[in-house]
Design a protein around this ligand. Structure first.
Ligand code: NAD
Length: 352
């Protein structure tokens, strides 16, 4: 397949790109290169003739239209987004611009591409989203299904919810072949060090306090990023236009339990670096994030049934791999710090 992957220099988009190229697909990555992007994530495919990169903003409709006409993809996979909840609370404007206006412009460009007769038959517009659009669950509420009502609580999730609705409407109104997927929390190698798991690993390694919101009671479902990339490639190829698919890891964990598990992994791997009482003694509870959703859980029975996908990596195994990757790739982190990433933000340590 020929895949146009927006946001391909980010955490999940780069995993999709690495996997797609390895599987023999041709990939054009389109990325604005915001603070969250990292071309180092694409180094494994940089020399491949199946991979191309264009720096561009998805909100630049004319540019998107030209790239579509030139590359002629079988699918657009829209992963470009502002993705960090804490940043959306501090300053929502970029979230509105990229997640809503950007998705709108990209949908319009894709509509022109199809209307001009340039899109191959079977073309799909795959919009990638989050389970956060569904809002928060109580401890005994079961899990979100594809038909659960949208109840976003943060500027981030509201902007993603709006973009999901646009994607849906472009499918219904203009018959654009749209598929949407909503996924739970991802983790794994190459995740930008402002998200919970890298924050915990890097704070612990530096002997700094490990910030945990509230009492760490919030529950998230965790999916190893390579498993998500597998699911996304399946959806881009075989997803039924008009359908949405929930994707999850079937691995719910309270934040505090997740953080403790990471600390134990680090105790075992870096016993000399552990403070007295182990890395757990670095845990520091901080004032909770406003509007912090208590629990997310997704029911991914539909994609399991319809497309035969299942999360392949258990949480314990995925966490061990992730910790080992950060330990082996300290240079990757150093290069981000050298670009001026504000280490103070590590103190925020959100759930995403
Ligand atoms: P990320 O922040 O790591 O990467 C986002 C990428 O998009 C960056 O490379 C950035 O430069 C690019 N980008 C931002 N604005 C752009 C614009 N206007 N034009 C072009 N490129 C732009 O995010 P991620 O964690 O890889 O998430 C990717 C997608 O998956 C997002 O849509 C997010 O909402 C969704 N998602 C993420 C998670 C998660 O746990 N990380 C879970 C479910 C869904």
């Amino acid at each position: 397949m020929r895949l146009l992957v927006t946001g391909g220099a980010g955490f999940i988009g780069s995993a999709v790109t690495r996997q797609a190229v390895a599987a023999g697909h041709d990939v054009l990555v389109v990325d604005k290169l915001t603070y969250a992007a990292n071309l180092d994530n694409l180094a494994p495919v940089a020399g491949s003739n199946r991979y191309r990169f264009e720096q561009a903003d998805i909100a630049d409709g004319a540019r998107m239209r030209a790239l579509l006409a030139d590359f002629r993809p079988d699918a657009v996979m829209n992963l470009a987004a502002e993705s960090h909840v804490d940043r959306s609370i501090d300053g929502p404007a970029d979230f509105i611009e990229t997640n809503i206006v950007g998705t709108f412009r990209l949908l319009e460009a894709a509509r022109d591409y199809v209307a001009a007769g340039e899109a191959p038959s079977g073309f799909r517009f795959h919009h990638i989203s989050t389970d956060e659009v569904f809002g928060s669950l109580g401890p005994d509420d079961g899990a979100f299904v594809e038909t659960s009502p949208y109840q976003p609580n943060s500027p981030y999730s509201a902007s993603k919810a709006a973009s999901d609705m646009l994607a849906r409407a472009w499918g219904e109104t203009y018959r654009l072949p749209v598929v949407v997927s909503n996924c739970s929390n991802n983790y794994g190698p190459y995740q930008f060090p402002e998200k919970l798991i890298p924050v915990v690993i890097l704070s612990a390694l530096a002997g700094k306090p490990i910030p945990v919101y509230g009492r760490g009671e919030n529950v998230r479902d965790w999916l190893y990023v390579e498993d998500h990339a597998d699911a996304l490639l399946l959806i881009a190829q075989n997803g039924v236009p008009g359908e949405t698919y929930n994707v999850g890891g079937r691995a719910e964990r309270r934040n505090i339990d997740l953080v403790r598990a990471i600390c134990r992994l680090l105790d075992a791997r870096r016993p000399d670096g552990a403070p007295k009482g182990g890395h757990e003694s670095l845990i520091e509870f901080v004032e909770d994030r406003p509007g912090h959703d208590l629990r997310y859980a997704v029911d991914c029975a539909k994609i399991e049934r319809a497309l035969g996908w299942r999360p392949a990596t258990g949480l314990d195994e995925g966490l061990a791999r992730t910790v080992d990757w950060y330990l082996a790739n300290e240079e990757w982190v150093e290069r981000i710090r050298a670009r001026g990433f504000d280490g103070a933000r590590l103190g925020l340590g959100g759930a995403r």
